[in-house]
Design a protein around this ligand. Structure first.
Ligand code: A2P
Length: 324
């Protein structure tokens, strides 16, 4: 029996589309075959109604079959009750490739439209004739300099797909304030979201405030801190004593605290898991008291550790000022 929908607050995008604040991340690092399908079915059964996908994750067929199986077993739920995100990868930023990418994702996801389509990274790179990523002699992506510096043609292609109804909104991921500022100068359709890494070790307050001031909703990936360590100190979000105290005194998991913190800050959060009980547990939403909220803010205060930076793979750093 599927649980009732668990959406958290419904966040209204700048074109009126509503997005459930609780989303489910489908990126699977070393996902074995069938794992994403199972995780998506568990997530929908647990009540999640927002699925975060990407062409790059190479598992959209499994997301699609998971949605199809869930919908066929739960006729009271419709496709339109589920908010689906997908993204275009770096080597597909040329306008005709943007269109190809979305259509390829739609085919795999078995849906005629997605709810938001994002530029995955503010980096355009070259492709091979068979639409694979072109890798240079240095082993890194071959950057398309002009389309990286001026993504207007890419954004125009996104706008076209929006106007054609293949996506209900369009947005960004991993964009900086500077990148958004220049895109807003020519955007006819404004980006509705910016999906970025956010957790107490990377609280992102300035970028969150900037996005909200432009009616762009932040969406947090790796809201659980990815279980990674802070270089140099070995600290982890998952073993932070102050965070654990908050979880234990309320009888919650640390993940529940981190999800609640993000929801209280006013954005969407995308926890991911391949484990059924953790998928279910993360969907048991709790509300942080003001005191506990402040206690998490205190942990976050002054911190700036990014766990997800693909600069060594891309050969291009989105945040060069952080490496100085
Ligand atoms: P698993 O799939 O074994 O549950 P993030 O979203 O910050 O990148 O974190 C994702 C990681 O957190 C996954 O590796 C996932 O592992 C783990 N995770 C998800 N939910 C929980 C939870 N409730 N408790 C502990 N670890 C979790």
């Amino acid at each position: 029996m599927a649980a009732p929908a668990v959406t958290g607050p419904l966040l209204k995008l700048n074109n009126g589309v509503e997005m459930p604040a609780l989303g489910f991340g489908t990126f699977a690092n070393e996902g074995s075959k069938g794992e994403t399908h199972k995780a998506v079915v568990h997530a929908l059964n647990a009540g999640y109604r927002h699925l975060d996908c990407a062409w790059f994750y190479q598992n959209e067929e499994e997301v699609g079959s998971g949605i199809r199986d869930f919908l066929s077993q739960n006729p009271s739920v419709k496709r339109s009750d589920i908010f689906i995100t997908t993204k275009v990868w770096n080597h597909l930023h040329e306008p005709e490739d943007v269109e190809w990418s979305l259509k390829d994702s739609l085919k795999k996801l078995q849906t005629p439209y997605v709810d938001v389509f994002l530029i995955h990274w503010p980096i355009a790179s070259e492709k091979n004739a068979d639409r694979t990523v072109k890798i240079g002699s240095d082993g890194k992506y071959v950057i398309n300099k002009s389309l990286t510096e001026n993504p207007e043609p890419t954004w125009r292609a996104m706008e076209k797909l929006y106007n054609e109804g293949l996506t209900r909104s369009i947005g960004l991921s991993n964009f900086t304030e500077k990148g958004i500022e220049s895109l807003l100068k020519y955007a006819t359709v404004k980006p509705s979201v910016n999906q970025i890494e956010i957790h107490p070790f990377l609280p992102q307050q300035p970028l969150i405030e900037y996005c909200l001031s432009k009616s762009i909703i932040p969406v947090a990936y790796s809201p659980l801190g990815s279980q990674d360590q802070v270089p140099g100190t070995g600290e982890k979000v998952s073993t932070n004593k102050d965070l654990i105290v908050i979880a234990e005194k309320n009888g919650w998991s640390l993940a529940q605290v981190l999800i609640a913190w993000g929801l209280k800050r006013g954005y969407s959060v995308l926890p991911k898991s391949s484990n059924e009980s953790r998928i279910k547990g993360n969907a048991k939403l709790v509300a942080l008291s003001d005191e506990d909220f402040e206690a998490v803010n205190n942990v976050a205060e002054g911190r700036w550790t990014r766990f997800v930076n693909m600069k060594d793979t891309f050969g291009y750093d989105v945040w060069p000022e952080e490496s100085k």
